[in-house]
Design a protein around this ligand. Structure first.
Ligand SMILES: Cc1cc2nc3c(=O)[nH]c(=O)nc-3n(C[C@H](O)[C@H](O)[C@H](O)COP(=O)(O)OP(=O)(O)OC[C@H]3O[C@@H](n4cnc5c(N)ncnc54)[C@H](O)[C@@H]3O)c2cc1C
Length: 391
């Protein structure tokens, strides 16, 4: 099949399902079934087995026709991380069960990775999964779990063998967030709202059919998720979209706030935002030709620092006005929206950018070791059984 043939299929689909005459959900389900959700996935799983690089054109044609969107900003973890992980490591049954409702947004996903004692050092995790008949029983605690309060499924890594070194004793599961023993408690952030949660897992039963990949192979699979996470977090597509858009809008519309010193800072932010956007675009094209590489870590690192810089300049420009806060009651948002909120919200929320999806320090390590080829950090815990490591 050629790219033109795929685009002709899009046109035929749009003729058969005119966007303004179809409800969003049936439209999205039909688009998935027609193989036009993500064209590089296999036939029957939302795709046509076509090159990934054709997806951008397909998406553009749907957007131009005013087609309903599957709201990626609500299901970032599902679309950005769960889908590529399940596509790479799931069985055919698992792919058939999870990918369709994930893509249509009917089922939202969260990520049960971080623990109180295992964040940057994720391989140190202590949540235990013990074999029990044809399934597993999971006990432990996860933390900072974004979207757990409305997610249906979770990506879960758990320790299945404490007697081997930490990276080898981890297994990857999909956890049903409605299963007995899953308790989600809100964690309030500096912004006032609780986007994320603590999740307590007490005697949670997971059927073996919900194990992703081999027993003990969880670390390698988690790396697929983490590499995709950095790309999923990474950046805007349009010029002056996102944080920089709000800053430049204020700069243009409020001449009374301008000063020479701030002029220089606004310009620096604009240039850096544009460089980051274009580098992100190049990364997406690179990704279209293969799997995400370590360069995604550099893009995420730069974006986090840039968001913090832009939000600081915005506050400085607005002075006292910028410090006013719009809403302090604890909300439980189902999407992150930097542009609809106040500058004070943007300033506070941007602090989390350098922590979520891997801290900036860790990403610098990744860039140093895997992009620049510098010597790795000394590690003393790779040959010892996890149970013998000091905690
Ligand atoms: C807004 C937000 C949303 C999140 N959502 C999720 C989610 O949905 N699911 C999930 O599983 N997790 C989530 N997280 C958790 C996030 O991934 C972790 O917070 C992060 O990996 C850091 O782990 P930690 O908090 O345990 O910090 P630690 O690992 O304890 O690190 C503390 C500090 O030490 C530094 N440090 C640690 N090791 C090194 C090293 N080797 N070299 C140099 N510096 C080092 C770190 O960079 C950091 O500055 C979220 C976090 C935030 C802020």
């Amino acid at each position: 099949m050629t790219e033109e043939e795929v685009l002709a299929r899009v046109d035929a689909f749009l003729a058969e399902h005119p966007p303004n005459g179809t409800e969003p959900l049936p439209f999205l389900r039909a688009r998935f079934d027609a193989g036009l959700a993500w064209v590089h996935y296999p036939v029957g799983l939302g795709g046509l087995g076509a090159p990934r690089s054709w997806q951008a054109q397909v998406d553009a044609r749907f957007t131009a026709a005013g087609a309903p969107s599957n709201r990626p900003e609500r299901n970032v973890i599902g679309l950005g991380m769960a889908a590529p992980t399940i596509a790479a490591h799931g069985t055919e049954e698992q792919q058939a069960r999870w990918l369709r409702p994930l893509w249509t947004g009917e089922e939202v996903w969260c990520q049960l990775f971080s623990e109180p004692g295992a964040g940057s050092d994720l391989a140190a995790l202590a949540t235990r999964a013990a074999r029990d008949g044809d399934g597993w029983v999971v006990d432990g605690q996860k933390v900072w779990t974004s979207s757990a309060h409305f997610a249906r499924w979770a990506l879960l890594v758990a320790r299945t063998d404490p007697d081997v070194p930490k990276h080898q004793g981890i297994t990857y599961f999909v956890c049903d967030m409605t299963a007995p023993g899953v308790e989600v408690r809100p964690l309030r952030q500096a912004t006032g709202e609780a986007e994320f949660n603590e999740v307590f897992l007490t005697g949670v039963r997971i059927p073996d059919a919900q194990r992703l990949g081999d027993i003990g192979a969880g670390w390698q699979i988690a790396r697929t998720t983490l590499m995709n996470e950095r790309i999923a977090i990474g950046g805007v597509r349009e010029r002056e979209q996102g944080m920089i858009g709000r800053l430049t809008e204020t700069w243009r519309n409020r001449p009374e706030l301008r000063s020479r010193a701030l002029h220089d800072q606004v310009l620096q932010c604009w240039v850096a935002a544009e460089v980051s956007r274009l580098a992100g675009e190049r990364l997406r094209r690179q990704l279209a030709a293969g799997a995400p590489g370590p360069e995604g870590s550099a893009a995420k690192l730069v974006l986090a620092e840039l968001n913090q810089q832009i939000s600081s300049v915005e506050l400085e420009l607005l002075g006292e006005e910028g410090l006013r806060y719009d809403e302090w009651t604890m909300g439980r948002p189902d999407r992150l929206d930097f542009t609809a909120r106040t500058p004070g919200y943007r300033y506070l929320r941007a602090r989390g950018n350098s922590i979520e999806g891997g801290t900036s320090e860790i990403l610098r390590n990744v860039v140093a070791e895997r992009v620049l080829g510098l010597p790795t950090e000394p590690r003393v815990d790779t040959d010892r059984a996890w149970k013998d490591l000091p905690r």
